[in-house]
Design a protein around this ligand. Structure first.
Ligand code: ATP
Ligand code: MG
Length: 368
């Protein structure tokens, strides 16, 4: 006979959470291809964010992993086992939906234990696990309420508790915070991240919000039009974007991308030059690339200064400057940057160039 789980085990970390591997996965809806053939590895015990603009295929990918959508081609393995044809209920994967999907007629306790009930988990074990999860997630005082008597954040927490109580080591979340206000979103980001760490879950999290991705992820898989644009740690994608798309998608304000000629950089025609706003400084000594001041935006700690560069003064650049330095005296200014801060992209392949840029550009700051 099956033994009830002792209370101390109810919310214990997963011993070794399994990883998920996508092998040549693709998905068509009729004649429309939602996911191009792609492959990637989602490591066990890590927080992986699927990031990308609306319609790029994030939910489709997540739903295939969950088993709610059948791939047109390719395979999905969980811990090395092929789960492509396995029904959702047998995948050992839990999912939290954007709209929470709580049952309005059930109270919080029954909502959280709903899945355990369906699987006929003994009542005593259900009660033990509910107690552990409710305490861990700050829901103990709300167990008798109906969902309509909860705030959005509390409803979100109930949906999360329902997934966590399943004890399944892989958790999928599709834009779980999009219905919350900014402050609550920031709090829940920290909470979900801490929960994932504490339980050692393999968490796959879908969002179009690059701030969420940057603050929560161990690893980001950046999607664009059904393909993987780049994957890596937040630091890797921020500091070494593989494409102009990745350069613009991560970072706020985004990386400045202009024609390299407008920065007087010796490079083949059409080369795209990229500089992060915080990497550009105003050269008070009049040395550097001449630009024209066109506007500014005050942010509190920083000011965003807009300048135009290039012979026709049509290449717009935004630079971030500590507000305590004040607004530079314009309209004619000079800017500069460390040579290592410059990103170059090949216009044909659309990929980052790794070759060192010419050291003679006027905007290059001297070493030291
Ligand atoms: N059931 C469906 N039938 C037909 N096309 C679909 C279906 N579901 C999704 N698509 C299409 O597949 C593409 C990817 O959709 P998906 O929902 O995965 O995007 P997403 O990245 O989650 O976007 P969002 O951020 O807006 O949620 C879109 O072009 C969408 O219109
Ligand atoms: Mg979606």
């Amino acid at each position: 006979m099956k033994q009830a789980t002792p209370p101390s085990l109810s919310v214990q970390p997963v011993a070794v959470a399994p990883g998920v591997v996508l092998h040549d996965l693709c998905k068509d809806y009729g004649t429309q291809r939602a996911i191009e053939t792609l492959g990637c590895e989602i490591r066990g015990g890590e927080f992986t964010v699927l990031l990308g603009p609306s319609g790029c295929g994030k939910s489709t990918l997540l739903r295939m992993i969950a088993g709610f959508e059948t791939p047109t081609g390719g395979r999905i393995t969980l811990d090395g086992r092929d789960i492509t044809a396995l029904p959702s209920s047998q995948r050992n994967i839990a999912m939290v939906f954007q709209n929470y999907a709580l049952f309005p007629h059930l109270d919080v306790a029954d909502n959280i234990t709903f899945g355990l009930n369906v699987r006929r988990t003994p009542k005593a074990e259900q009660a033990q696990r509910l107690d552990g999860v409710a305490r861990m997630m700050g829901l103990a005082a709300l167990l008798a309420r109906k969902p309509a008597q909860l705030s959005g954040g509390q409803q979100q927490r109930v949906a999360l508790a329902r997934a966590v109580i399943s004890g399944r080591p892989v958790l999928l979340m599709d834009e779980p915070l999009s219905n919350l206000d900014a402050k609550l979103r920031a709090e829940m980001r920290v909470e979900i991240r801490a929960l994932q760490r504490r339980l050692g879950l393999t968490l796959i999290y879908v969002t179009h919000d690059q701030v969420e991705a940057m603050t929560m992820a161990d690893r980001i898989i950046l999607l664009n039009a059904g393909q993987i644009e780049q994957s890596g740690t937040p630091e890797e994608i921020y500091s070494r974007p593989a494409t102009p798309f990745a350069a613009r998608f991560i970072g706020s304000p985004p990386m400045n991308l202009v024609d390299a000629a407008d920065l007087r950089i010796a490079a083949p025609p059409g080369t795209i030059a990229g500089l992060r706003p915080e990497e550009i400084e105003i050269a008070d000594d009049g040395d550097g690339l001449p630009v024209r001041l066109t506007g500014h935006e005050y942010l509190g700690a920083d000011i965003l200064v807009s300048v135009m560069a290039g012979t026709a003064a049509t290449a717009r650049l935004i630079l971030r400057r500590p507000a305590r330095l004040g607004l530079p005296e314009g309209p004619e200014l000079h800017i500069r940057w460390a040579p290592a801060a410059l990103h170059l992209f090949d216009p044909k392949s659309g990929r980052a160039l790794t070759a060192a840029p010419a050291a003679t550009a006027p905007g290059h700051r001297a070493a030291g």
